[in-house]
Design a protein around this ligand. Sequence first.
Ligand SMILES: Nc1ncnc2c1ncn2[C@@H]1O[C@H](COP(=O)(O)OP(=O)(O)O)[C@@H](O)[C@H]1O
Ligand SMILES: [Mg+2]
Length: 143
Amino acid sequence: MSLANKMQITFPSRSVNESFARVSTAAFIAQLDPTLEEISDIKTIVSEAVTNSIVHGYAEKEGIIAISVYIYENRRVRITVRDRGVGIPDIKQAMEACFTTGSEDRAGMGFTIMQTFSDKLKVRSVPGKGTTVTMEKVLCRKP
Ligand SMILES: Nc1ncnc2c1ncn2[C@@H]1O[C@H](COP(=O)(O)OP(=O)(O)O)[C@@H](O)[C@H]1O
Ligand SMILES: [Mg+2]
């Protein structure tokens, strides 16, 4: 899989930066001339992952979130969202639909949404060290 382009951004875990993360990822992907639906899918999955880092990873204290976006040949896009927050003790359980450790206004659907709108989702996490969510999406071929 050969790399065609890449970018990385880092920002503090403030909720005002959630839209920055979503829009800047979409802006970088724009070079592939994605469909409106693909842009919307990518914004959604980035938004879910970044919100998790803000509200769960860094619930107690502000920290740095890093997003890397890699564009490979054949229109494959890989996005990683990393925090150095509290981490997830049981990843399998966290990824189940409707599971949440958040307050009652959280639906527990973030990982399900990330799974639905990406082609591949991988979560790595170490309690006390942080969480990295890796998502891949292959954009459709232009005629
Ligand atoms: N970056 C993260 N750091 C720590 N815990 C996380 C992180 N992302 C997800 N989690 C855990 O996984 C659970 C499920 O996440 P999600 O499916 O997005 O639902 P919700 O955000 O509504 O709780 C969260 O409640 C939290 O316990
Ligand atoms: Mg969530």
